[in-house]
Design a protein around this ligand. Sequence first.
Ligand SMILES: [Zn+2]
Length: 275
Amino acid sequence: MKTRPALAAAALAVIGLGTAACGGGVAAGAESAPAAVAKTTASEAVAAPAQAQAPAKALKGKVIVIDPGHNGGNYKRPDVINKQVDVLTQKKACDTTGTATNDGYSEAAFTWDVSVRLAKLLRAEGATVKMTRENNTGVGPCITQRAAIGNKAKADLAISIHADGAGSTSHGFHVIMPKKINGPVDPVVAKSAKLGLAVRNAVKKQTGMPYANYIGKNALDYRSDLGGLNLSTVPKVFIESGNMRNAGDAAKMKSSSWRQELAEALAGSFQTYLK
Ligand SMILES: [Zn+2]
């Protein structure tokens, strides 16, 4: 949907459809990003007996692209993020601000924090991890570019991390998977569905976040309006981790220990999928 630049603050683009969209156009303040820690664990090679070799790392040789939704600086540049891009099934905004909790914890800060935690876990298991943005203070990239990064990396899988901004009584998480659109994503629709199921199961089991009560079925939803999915040639899903406008979900998402649980659930689900 379109917004007019003349609407000043309201000019921030709105993503998606209806109340379920996570692009509430909230110009939340940029939160400080956690330091990107990506140290590989030192192997305990030294004076160990020959038979005590470190076990093979579960994700060695795998390439994983993490797309932290939105960006902390998006609200400053409606001229950039409102630019229309072609997502094959429609034209839509290059990017959006994302939503925020009622007390101002932004979706962009949340997705960045979870992504950094996830990248660290995946790298510790030997994966090559690429992120679609390098910090939470910039603008964009466009959703088309976010898909292109996964494609260029020939990723074994990609995930776009989001949180929703729905009505206050709506709660829970859901996973979004691509549909066939007679386009580039078609060959990876089946694999994406398998990935989505693994993600759904792990998040349900490990995080205490319930299935969304307002969208999808058993936390699974399929869409053809998202550029990040339509343009992906690698298996890819979105997770809407919870509803930032619901008090219970927001409390979880504001908790660093819950964000760590979510990152661990996602990392585990990737191992399940890639097995
Ligand atoms: Zn979002």
